[in-house]
Design a protein around this ligand. Structure first.
Ligand code: FES
Ligand code: MG
Length: 595
């Protein structure tokens, strides 16, 4: 590897020199340079052709999941400086999953837009993308894809394991359990808070295989972070070492001109789908990976998740699909050990390149898992066929179901009819948004019983800006007390990656975009056939046509007023969940650094 600090790399002028060393425009050069010297940088540093490396800082007091990056950035800087380059750290719009109203998801595209402008408009030759909390990872990857300058992901890492009364408590997953216990009056409000807070014992992001751990694992699988890095817990010494090595490596990548378009190839995305099944990854992954692929210009229709991912077994025993947490996953070998296991069965596109300059196959060839309880062999998998089903019918054109979280109780109650295995039929109970659900779920007039399917609509990218994580609906307290812990849930919103609910979700088009859910009524019979991949209201076509006419005459499914300018702007150009919820005009802008 070169440690080049000449003004050119093999005759190639670095991008930053158009700002800092442009002989054709000495006037502008002076202007660009003088202000960056005002805090102590020297003219020589800026004009000697040293690469300028951005550190895209996603941590802040508003973003506790990523806050640790404020500390890690020092080690990144040391790596960058040691390789003869200069670090420019800058803030990324915060995205805190648990703190942002109405949804954190609406900020994914806003952070993306902001980061694209920074990477395009400032003198940066390469960038370290600090990731962690759910949407920070896709926002960074999407921007790197659009701009296409050398980029490397540095995950902040998961929190340490949570414990309560001698049992592991995992981020998010404990919330769903504690809510049930509260509803069943097994615990009081104070104990509820204590139980939930026990799952967050240190800096870092969620320690379950929720959306954060999933997206960081998939960023590594895509080849965008150093091998073995995504699972390192935030407080572990290896995390700071990884920050230093990441800082070193991005400088080499600039010299090699190794860009996101060289790494995030079609093969890399296929690997991400396959690994997602094996780790029991989040139902948000298809949305975010689709978005990254579209910005990269890789065609990856939602059907690919079933075609490539459904038959892959679940081999990682992490909550919510299993029982362990982030510390055990790291000790067992993390993503390289999962990839190694999948390689034994020919499931990995081994030639896919990665940021360290080697292929994923080379990186993971010797990464045998060191704890077979946590990362299993195929023979001892937690479940076969553990990927996503992709469903369609007169309710929607596309929705997914995560099969690895179908519990034994659910399977026996709903999917084991010997005459019709894997067919769910029942009476629809429809809610218009999460507030409606909370007001009415205990209403005895709804007559909710085991035969009911709960529907959530008005929760997609248009109906509830950013699409709310609300499809996993808890049954009425009466049912929980009788031992019914889950009813089938279907909707046009999302759900937390930490949820163990086998919902049918991300339905597109959403009700607010005129999807079939908009004309469903409480009391309709609905049939979900998991064998055929269909989801239909059993209502005659003429009746459906009449309902649609009435809806359209009445102005369509109601969309609440936007509360902020960004909500309105995003609503005007956002795609549906099956299309990655991208900003449609943004997809046309590709490889903008070279333009
Ligand atoms: Fe931020 Fe889970 S809430 S990582
Ligand atoms: Mg979430």
């Amino acid at each position: 590897m070169t440690q080049n600090s000449d003004t050119t790399d093999g005759g190639r002028r670095l991008r930053s020199q158009a700002w800092f060393d442009n002989p054709e425009n000495p006037g502008m050069t002076a202007l660009y340079i003088e202000r960056y010297m005002n805090w102590g940088l020297t003219r020589d540093e800026l004009q000697s052709g040293k690469p300028i490396i951005g550190i895209a800082q996603t941590g802040s007091d508003l973003s506790p999941c990523n806050r640790h990056h404020l500390v890690l950035a020092d080690r990144v800087r040391e790596g960058i400086r040691e390789m003869g380059a200069i670090a420019f750290e800058f803030p990324v719009h915060p995205i805190q999953e648990t703190g942002k109203r109405p949804t954190a998801a609406i900020d994914r595209n806003l952070a993306y837009l902001g980061l694209v402008e920074v990477l395009h408009g400032y003198p940066l030759d390469g960038v370290v993308l600090t990731t962690g909390c759910d949407k920070t990872t896709p926002a960074c990857l999407m921007a790197a894809a659009t701009v296409d300058i050398p980029a490397i992901v540095l995950s902040g890492g998961p929190m340490l394991n949570g414990w309560y009364n001698g049992e592991r408590t995992g981020s998010g997953t404990i919330v769903w359990k504690a809510r049930e216990m509260l509803a069943a009056e097994e615990i009081d409000q104070a104990e509820f808070v204590e139980m939930v807070a026990s799952s967050a014992p240190s800096p870092g992001h969620c320690n379950t295989m929720g959306t954060a751990s999933t997206m960081n694992a998939l960023a590594e699988t895509l080849g965008m972070s150093l091998p073995g890095s995504s699972a390192i817990p935030a407080p572990h010494r290896d995390r700071a070492r990884n920050a230093y090595l990441t800082g070193r490596r991005i400088v080499e990548m600039v010299h090699e001109d190794l860009k996101p378009s060289d790494v995030m190839t079609r093969e890399a995305f296929e690997n991400a789908i396959i690994v997602n099944s094996a780790i029991g990854g989040s139902t948000n992954a298809p949305i975010h990976i689709t978005a990254v692929a579209r910005h990269m210009g890789v065609d990856l229709p939602m059907d690919e998740w079933q075609r490539l991912g459904l038959t892959v077994p679940l081999i990682v025993d992490l909550q919510p699909a299993g029982k362990y947490l982030g510390e055990e996953f790291y000790r067992a070998g993390g993503v390289p050990a999962v990839v190694h296991e999948l390689m034994q069965h020919g499931l990995i596109r081994e030639g896919a390149p990665t940021v360290n300059g080697r292929t994923i196959g080379e990186n993971c060839r010797d990464s045998v898992a060191t704890d077979r309880d946590v990362i299993r062999t195929f023979d001892n998998a937690l479940q076969g066929d553990a990927g996503f089903l992709v469903l369609k019918g007169n309710l929607f054109d596309c929705a997914i179901m995560k099969t690895s979280v179908i519990s034994q109780e659910f399977r026996e109650r709903y999917l084991s009819d010997p005459e019709h295995p894997n067919v769910l039929e029942g009476r629809a109970v429809v809610f218009d948004g999460p507030e409606d659900y909370h007001h009415r779920i205990e209403d005895p007039d709804l007559k909710i019983d085991e035969d009911c399917l709960l529907f959530m609509r008005g929760a997609g990218p248009l109906g509830y800006p950013g699409a709310a994580e609300v499809v996993n609906m808890q049954p009425p307290a009466e049912l929980i007390k009788r031992g019914v812990h889950a009813l089938p849930c279907i909707g046009d919103g999302r759900q937390s990656g930490t949820s163990g609910s086998p919902s049918i979700l991300n339905a597109s088009p959403e009700a607010a975009a005129g999807g079939g859910l908009a004309i469903l009524q409480t009391g309709d019979r609905v049939r979900i056939d998991l064998n055929a991949g269909t989801a239909d209201m059993l209502v005659p076509d003429e009746e459906l046509a009449e309902r649609r006419k009435r809806l359209e005459d009445g102005g369509g499914y109601p969309i609440p007023a936007s509360q902020t300018p960004w909500q309105e702007i995003q609503r005007g150009m956002v795609d549906q969940l099956s299309g990655g919820m991208v900003l449609k005009p943004a997809v046309a802008y590709q490889r903008v650094a070279s333009k």
